[in-house]
Design a protein around this ligand. Structure first.
Ligand code: AMP
Ligand code: ZN
Ligand code: FE
Ligand code: FE
Length: 285
């Protein structure tokens, strides 16, 4: 049983449509794949339908952008109610801020790169959640950089003069809203230090207090030492441990199934989600 619980499609900053991600998952020999686009569930219906067709189990998920003391924190959520009004309001604010921020970044770099906002929009599918990868794609198309990697290493890096942050909720608030919407929150790549600063163990402990249920340990941005440390932390905080690819299609080197999650862990995530759904039904939510 091969399970990959973190992937992106064109509903956010992946390069394949949701059905394409599921098709790629089938070809990669995965039995289960979660679609976890940034701040949106728009890809769920298409991915679930493709899963039925192709015999791949699709887990509906999302990766929620959060900020803690200026540090970017990503929170995976599985099986939450996509129509939950409070959660949707929070996500809507993030998506709007992501768009404004991307525009500002493009404005800052227009003089150097010749790039304009329309060039970026040409790489955004419909109402997709906008991220720096879309600016990267426009820069590649304009011949400014060779690929997304080069764009992120230069013009789009967090240390670049063109970088502008977007607003996002505090992870404690996001965790509470995900739980209230019946979702199972799992902290994504908490030790990915090459992306910038990371949260500390005390922060993770506070998140557990807010309702965090799992932590992504096996991820390509974590070293062996970081994985060992996170596994120990997960044990002490009684957190579920997941592993996944963070696949973005051709936009990143990450390959489907390069890290996987144990079937028992998926079972536990699912039973938590079922329990939450039953409790919400009783409350009439
Ligand atoms: P943003 O959400 O706009 O801050 O951009 C960060 C997103 O870009 C994350 O989803 C990353 O997975 C993705 N990303 C980060 N580094 C790279 C890279 N080198 N190449 C492609 N995508 C990247
Ligand atoms: Zn992404
Ligand atoms: Fe992430
Ligand atoms: Fe991701």
């Amino acid at each position: 049983m091969r399970i990959d619980l973190h992937t992106h499609s064109t509903a956010s900053d992946g390069t394949e449509p949701p059905s394409g991600v599921v098709g790629s998952a089938a070809r990669a020999g995965l039995d289960v794949v979660a679609l976890t686009d940034h701040d949106t569930t728009d890809g769920w219906a298409e991915a679930l339908a493709a899963g039925e067709r192709l015999g791949v189990r699709v887990v509906p998920g999302m990766e929620v952008s959060c900020l803690l003391r200026g540090v970017s924190v990503h929170l995976l959520s599985y099986w939450h109610d996509p129509a939950d009004p409070a959660l949707e309001a929070m996500l809507d604010a993030s998506r709007t801020s992501r768009r404004t921020r991307a525009r500002r970044m493009v404005e800052r770099m227009t003089a150097e790169t010749g790039l304009c906002w329309e060039d970026v929009l040409a790489h955004v599918h419909g109402e997709a959640t906008i991220g720096r990868p879309h600016i990267a794609d426009a820069l590649v198309a304009a011949g400014v950089v060779a690929d997304r990697d080069e764009a992120f290493a230069t013009l789009l890096s967090g240390r670049s003069p063109y970088f502008v942050p977007h607003t996002a909720p505090d992870p404690l608030r996001a965790i509470a809203l995900v739980r209230a919407a019946g979702g199972v929150p799992v902290l994504a790549h908490p030790a990915a230090s090459k992306r910038g600063s990371c949260v500390g163990d005390a922060d993770v402990e506070a998140m557990v207090g807010a309702g965090l249920l799992g932590v992504e340990v096996d991820h390509r941005d974590h070293s062996e030492d970081e994985r060992r440390h996170l596994r120990e932390l997960a044990r002490s905080l009684d957190l579920l441990v997941t592993g996944s690819s963070d696949y973005h299609g051709t936009g990143k080197r990450n390959l489907l199934g390069e890290n996987t999650t144990a079937p028992e862990v998926l079972q536990e995530i699912e039973s938590r989600a079922r329990g939450a759904a039953a409790a919400r039904e009783v409350r009439g939510a």
